[in-house]
Ligand binder design. Structure first.
Ligand SMILES: NC(=O)c1ccc[n+]([C@@H]2O[C@H](COP(=O)([O-])OP(=O)(O)OC[C@H]3O[C@@H](n4cnc5c(N)ncnc54)[C@H](O)[C@@H]3O)[C@@H](O)[C@H]2O)c1
Ligand SMILES: N[C@@H](CCO)C(=O)O
Ligand code: NA
Length: 921
């Protein structure tokens, strides 16, 4: 009588229609990208929930455990009518099966809430499987244990059980129902007392005795709930599933349901009690010989699944205290989302990886009839939950549908058995795994490349010593004969698994996964991807695991590209950059999906560090009040040890050579470097070449646009020309904002020293203005461009005319130099007048001559109609003469110094980095 067809259209289709847009990036316009949790939740709320008016607790929790409350804010309420109209539930005369665990049945109030949920389910036929009230199963086992160990306190312990149920009944029920329940409870408890006395005398309880005692928890909770439902006038029966469910114990704490026999008994039960709302006991069953037994711990889900399959239910809803299955452990990935659907196989994979979804055996009975299982939060009824079902045929093909979730397993070791003697020798694998089996170790993943020269596999860390010893014994001869070269153990490993249907057969999934890992500078030790299509597993160093998880998750789920930023040198440029970051952060987050967090700021004396991001409105105060002594090593460690941010960048805003000397090590550690500091690129050639070689060979980025022409696109223009095959002949220009400003404003009538002070005030000069006036700063820029174009020059190879008088070169400070500068004003007035008389202007220029492979930096005179004579302010002008731009050079012109434009150039390098890391472009 309950052999009914499965709902059509497929339930998952409606569910999937409300799926969030997620998937790999650069595709659609920004407005379509990204998961807006609020929007996502609301869409599904409307598509699904109809219980919104019921009480929703703020109980935190996820299938991975505790989740901070604000991660699981209750969704916006939808009216009951609105929600009911679109409610997606089995219709017609199909059975709707529900299961409520112990927590859901924890108190009389919760039992009443369960009753309300059931009463609101519009299905005509409802079968509700319940666990014992929370803690009762443990209390019952405890009774048996006490009695077995002849501890008399089982009597008071039984009284506690009695009191607990009596109190709940008194809260929930009244009149005749209460009297009936209490009299049954009394009878049961006195029976139990007698039984426990017998156990106490024997000092032993058989398993079936113990199962019989413990099963009372379910019987009482089922009775309580059925009375609570009846109270509202709805007919309701309760079912002792020991009369119906027949299972065969299979040892190893498992049972196999006997579906045929159970179906027969269920039909008989229905013939006796044709009810439309039934409350059934979870967890308990009988053997074919009618001996009480249980489905073992956590067996109520299994009960619901078996019963669901017996009645060919339209749906089985497992009510719990979490919103559904997350795309990753939300304690590690705060952007993890609740999955709307999972296939049965995906749910298996997730449960293997500790996502505590459902025991795989729970899925098997319903899978046979394509019955969907929905996991829902009884304490957040507006959350739509996760539907586990057969995936609809149309849901595949693109990456977003492929990878559903990520999971990790820590505390593993890799064992690598290597040698030339394995290739083509049948039985090696069998011998290896035979030895592993003999020590009782569990193999978690296996990988063997087709060259057959090495087999590697992962085992729990705690089992690896025994495995390694067993392999050494087993292969002693092969090792000493050299047929095997080593049995090696790699400790402290973790597994990261990407789980998803059709994943392995969709091009691009593994590429995207590995690309995300590479960009976060994470090394992959081993890889396994079976043909099962549900799982790609990579083994990594345990210390990288959370970063790897976050990098992969953000790549597939379009969560924000997070970038942890460390700022070194909050001087003029550094603090201007911090201001720009502060002003733009919200826009970047909203429009570009980029989450920039400044995790540390260090000056030369003090530094501030943060684990989650410094409040950029108050960093200055913090640097004064909450600072610690500056320590660059500690600063860098702080940034690189934060597991929550897979991508890290150090922004060097100093002019310091010693800071620049660390870039190589930082890049090696996988920390990106961005800087306006010219010291590294204009320092010793060998170090420069080493740095650039590393940069090219790794996935770590080193950007320095602001080193030449500040925010002007000089480096990028040069790169564009070179990369597209143009040949650079000559780069000539005014490269110093300071000297440009000085000569643009210095006419015979003004004192040279006044104009220099003005340039310093305006923020154009280097920290020590002599770096500008000596020509060193220009020479550095010439060197940077020369090296970028392929010349191998040292700074000392460039002849430079210094504008710092001999006598002032030895001044110990910039201030002393500035003070003494006026005494040379007359010399400058003379030089300017001479030029003026010839109808010319003075300009300080730099030249990279690619034809002669040399550079020059000098003060030249130009006719007043020359483009170099037309500049104003701190303008730089740079002319690229190339094979393509031969008649007329390509010219870039604009302000080439100053705080805002320089910081802007650094900022744009940061955004370039973010887009390399996967942010939308
Ligand atoms: N000012 C410009 O227009 C401009 C243009 C392009 C490039 N730049 C470059 O930008 C960089 C910064 O210039 P600025 O004008 O902001 O200089 P600044 O002197 O105002 O700032 C430098 C800051 O770095 C700090 N610092 C120095 N050594 C340090 C160390 N070892 N550790 C931590 N902090 C240290 C200093 O205390 C200071 O706060 C320089 O490399 C400069 O060449 C400046
Ligand atoms: N002091 C530099 C800043 C830009 O590098 C200049 O004047 O050009
Ligand atoms: Na630039």
């Amino acid at each position: 009588m309950w052999s009914l067809a499965v709902a059509s259209p497929h339930p998952a289709a409606a569910f999937a229609a409300a799926r969030p847009r997620r998937g790999p990036r650069p595709a659609a316009a920004p407005s379509h990208r990204g998961v807006n949790p609020q929007r996502w939740r609301c869409e599904k709320t409307q598509a699904w929930s109809f219980w919104s008016s019921l009480w929703a607790s703020d109980l935190p929790g996820g299938l991975y455990g505790d989740v901070s409350k604000n991660m699981l804010k209750p969704a916006a309420a939808v009216s009951v009518e609105q929600a009911e109209a679109s409610a997606h539930l089995p219709k017609g005369d199909m059975w709707s099966v529900h299961k409520f665990g112990g927590t859901c049945m924890g108190t009389s109030q919760r039992i009443q809430n369960v009753a309300d949920i059931i009463l609101r389910d519009p299905s005509e036929r409802k079968l509700v499987v319940v666990s014992a009230m929370s803690k009762v199963t443990d209390m019952m086992y405890n009774l048996v244990n006490k009695a077995q160990s002849r501890d008399d306190s089982y009597i008071t312990a039984l009284d506690e059980v009695f009191e607990k149920h009596m109190a709940a009944a008194k809260d929930l029920l009244g009149g005749e129902d209460l009297a009936r329940f209490l009299s049954q409870l009394h009878a049961d408890v006195s029976n139990l007392k007698a039984m426990l006395r017998a156990i106490c005398i024997a000092g032993h309880a058989t398993e079936s005795f113990s199962d019989f005692v413990v099963g009372h928890g379910e019987i009482w909770s089922a009775q309580l709930l059925s009375f609570a439902i009846k109270k509202s006038g709805t007919p309701c029966s309760w079912m002792d599933t020991r009369e119906v469910l027949v299972v065969n114990p299979t040892g190893s704490n498992q049972v196999d349901p006997d579906y045929l026999e159970s179906e027969k008994r269920l039909e008989k039960w229905f013939a006796r009690q044709p009810a439309e709302t039934i409350i059934a006991t979870g967890f308990i069953a009988s053997t074919p010989e009618n001996i009480p037994t249980t489905l073992k711990r956590d067996g109520s889900d299994f009960s619901a699944a078996i019963i669901g399959s017996l009645v060919k239910a339209g749906q089985v809803t497992i009510w719990t205290d979490v919103d559904g299955v997350f795309s990753a452990d939300p304690r590690k990935v705060s952007e993890a989302v609740i999955l709307s659907t999972l296939s049965y196989q995906e749910a298996w994979e997730m449960s293997y990886f500790g996502a505590n979804v459902l025991h795989p055996r729970t899925i098997i009975p319903v899978m046979k009839y394509n019955i969907p299982i929905v996991i829902r939060n009884m304490f957040n009824i507006s959350a739509p939950g996760t539907m586990i079902c057969q995936q609809p045929a149309n849901e595949s093909g693109d990456l977003e549908a492929c990878v559903k979730a990520f999971a990790t397993i820590d505390k593993l070791s890799l064992v690598n058995v290597e040698g030339t003697g394995m290739a083509g020798v049948p039985g090696t694998a069998s011998a290896i795994f035979g030895a592993v089996k003999d020590v009782g170790a569990n193999v978690i993943m296996i990988s063997q490349a087709s060259s057959e020269h090495s087999v590697c596999f992962a085992v729990p860390e705690k089992e690896v010593a025994a495995v390694s010893a067993a392999l050494h014994v087993r292969f002693r001869e092969a090792l000493s004969a050299g047929r095997l070269s080593k049995v090696e153990v790699i400790h402290n490993c973790s597994i990261l698994a990407a789980v998803g249907l059709k994943m392995a057969s969709t091009p691009g999934v593994s590429a995207t996964l590995f690309d995300a890992l590479a960009k976060a500078n994470i090394n992959v030790r081993a890889i396994a991807q079976g043909c099962s299509e549900y799982n790609i597993t990579v083994v990594l160093k345990q210390e990288d695991c959370v970063r790897a998880l976050r990098a992969a998750h953000s790549r597939f789920f379009l969560s924000k590209t997070t970038l942890a930023v460390g700022i070194i040198g909050p001087g003029l440029i550094g603090r201007t950059l911090l201001n720009q970051l502060k002003d733009q952060a919200a826009v970047l987050k909203e429009n570009m999906n980029i989450d920039l967090r400044v995790m540390g700021i260090t000056g030369s004396r003090t530094m501030v560090l943060s684990d989650t991001g410094i409040d950029l409105a108050h960093w200055k105060e913090q640097l004064q009040t909450e600072a610690e002594p500056a320590n660059l090593d500690k600063f860098v460690d702080h940034l690189s040890e934060n597991q929550l941010f897979p991508n890290r960048v150090l922004v060097d805003c100093t002019a310091d050579t010693s800071v620049a000397s660390h870039y190589y090590d930082w890049l090696k550690k996988g920390i990106h470097v961005i800087t306006p500091n010219k010291k590294a690129n204009s320092g010793p050639l060998d170090k420069y070449l080493k740095l650039r070689t590393l940069q090219r060979a790794s996935y770590t980025h080193y950007f320095y646009e602001a080193t030449v022409g500040a925010g002007l696109p000089i480096i990028s223009t040069l790169r564009g020309l070179l990369e597209t095959g143009d040949k650079i002949l000559r780069i000539e220009g005014i490269f110093s904002g300071t000297l440009s400003y000085i000569f643009n404003n210095f006419e015979g009538t003004r004192a040279f020293s006044d104009v220099v002070s003005e340039a310093k005030e305006a923020g154009y000069t280097e920290p020590d203005p002599r770096d500008d006036l000596s020509g060193t700063d220009v020479a550095r820029k010439v060197i940077i461009l020369a090296r970028e174009s392929g010349l191998k020059l040292e700074l000392s190879d460039i002849p430079v005319r210094s504008l710092v008088p001999e006598a002032l070169r030895s001044c110990s400070t910039a201030d002393e130099y500035m003070q003494k500068l006026p005494s040379f004003d007359q010399d400058w007035a003379r030089e300017s007048k001479d030029a003026e008389a010839a109808g010319e202007v003075l300009r300080y220029v730099g030249v990279v001559d690619l034809v002669n492979k040399e550079g020059q930096v000098e003060l030249r005179r130009y006719k007043k109609d020359h483009p170099f004579a037309q500049l104003s302010g701190s303008d730089n002008i740079i002319a690229f003469t190339t094979s393509r731009y031969k008649e007329q050079p390509l010219i870039v012109r604009g302000p080439g110094a100053g705080a805002e434009v320089t910081a802007g150039g650094v900022f744009s390098d940061i955004l370039r980095l973010a887009s390399y890391l996967g942010a939308p472009s």
